[in-house]
Ligand binder design. Structure first.
Ligand code: ZN
Ligand code: ZN
Length: 376
């Protein structure tokens, strides 16, 4: 078998430099690559020829030998002791390949290639749910209706009409990527024809028009657990939007908005409110009825209660989320000074005032609080 001259194989001149060799080889390798010529058996032969030629000419030592002896340099019968100095040369083809082209041909066909992923995970959805204060404290179920994209039942998410499978994209050969030459390197871009899916729907499903999903309304029973707070997020895995091409669904997040209570404020799992009492009630002590979230309760205000004093009703607060027990109900006492008094009330207070002595001299806040504590 007569071998064609390596320079001829690569279509370069005898004084071609490294860059010219590379460019020429790359162009030919692209042209004759077996993946690109599945129906042409001679292409593979030419491809191997080019590779062999390049392997020799790109190596200065081998090129020098070839320039001197031609093919004989590599035929075992060549000059020099020990015969073929470059035995096994052609077996390194893979290495050259890897170095030169990286992943250029590492796609489709040969296995291990990057497959275009047309299946995508669906979007997460958010649903804002407003609840009454008590509903958040005690928990309650609520059915909500969400609009979301679901996998089309008619085409089962393929996007193609019944019995018509999507075809491989002719532009990218199903790889979902196109490669462009940029200098010596090739650059991958998402296929503009199939949008990276690698397939084309020639005959789209009538129901979803090839989108693979349809807009639907879906009801979900949201179980608001006892003790949730404002902005609590409840996650429903897989209840978000379906992915395209029957991809997995995203999640649904129900975000709670809790309405304010008439007088209770939450501090974690404790409830707070303010209770006004009169000066005589504070001075003499009294019993008060108070509306808790779970019915009436009685608090005992002892004699001499100061304004700002807090009373706690243990376990009358908010249930701990995800554990047993409840917070407390904290009632802050505020002694009210009357603004309007009858003549009789004024007279009584004057009489009272004459019997009570408060030292009207300035004192520091800290000291005042200490004195206040002593009296309570
Ligand atoms: Zn469909
Ligand atoms: Zn494509």
């Amino acid at each position: 078998m007569t071998k064609i001259d390596f320079y001829e194989v690569l279509t370069v001149s005898r004084d071609a430099n490294d860059q010219e060799l590379k460019t020429a080889y790359r162009k030919l390798a692209m042209q004759y690559h077996p993946d690109r010529n599945p129906d042409d058996p001679t292409a593979e032969e030419k491809f191997k020829e080019c590779s062999e030629a390049y392997q020799v000419l790109s190596d200065p030592e081998k090129r020098a030998a070839y320039d001197r002896y031609g093919h004989a340099a590599f035929n075992g019968g060549g000059p020099g002791a020990g015969g073929n100095p470059f035995a096994g040369g052609a077996q390194d083809l893979g290495d050259i390949f890897g170095d030169l082209f990286g992943e250029m041909f590492n796609m489709g066909g040969g296995g291990g290639g990057r497959k275009a992923s047309r299946v995508q995970r669906g979007r997460d959805l958010r649903y804002d749910l407003t609840r009454e204060f008590e509903e958040a404290v005690f928990g309650k179920e609520k059915e909500i209706t969400i609009r979301r994209m679901e996998t089309c039942v008619d085409c089962k998410g393929s996007g193609a009409a019944r019995g018509k499978a999507p075809v491989t994209c002719t532009q990218c050969g199903g790889r979902g990527q196109q490669r462009f030459q940029q200098g010596f390197f090739s650059v991958a871009r998402t296929c503009s024809v199939c949008g990276g899916t690698g397939t084309l729907i020639v005959d789209p499903c009538q129901t979803c028009r090839g989108e693979t999903r349809v807009q639907t309304e879906h009801s979900i029973l949201v179980k608001v657990p006892a003790g949730v707070e404002q902005d609590t997020r409840i996650r429903y895995q897989g209840e978000g939007e379906a992915g395209k091409f029957a991809g997995p669904a995203g999640d649904l997040y129900v975000v709670l908005n809790v309405k304010a209570h008439k007088f209770f404020e939450r501090d974690g799992d404790d409830l707070h409110c303010v209770m006004p009492i009169s000066f005589p009630q504070a001075a003499l002590g009294t019993e008060l009825e108070i509306q808790t979230l779970e019915g009436e309760a009685t608090i005992k205000i002892p004699e001499g209660t100061q304004s700002g004093k807090e009373f706690k009703l243990r376990g009358k607060g908010v249930p701990h989320l995800n554990s047993h027990g409840k917070g407390d109900l904290v009632i802050e006492i505020r002694v009210q000074t009357p603004g309007k008094l009858s003549k009789q009330q004024k007279e009584l207070l004057r009489q009272l005032s004459e019997t009570m002595v408060v030292e009207n001299t300035p004192t520091s806040r800290g000291l005042f609080d200490k004195v206040k504590e002593m009296f309570t």
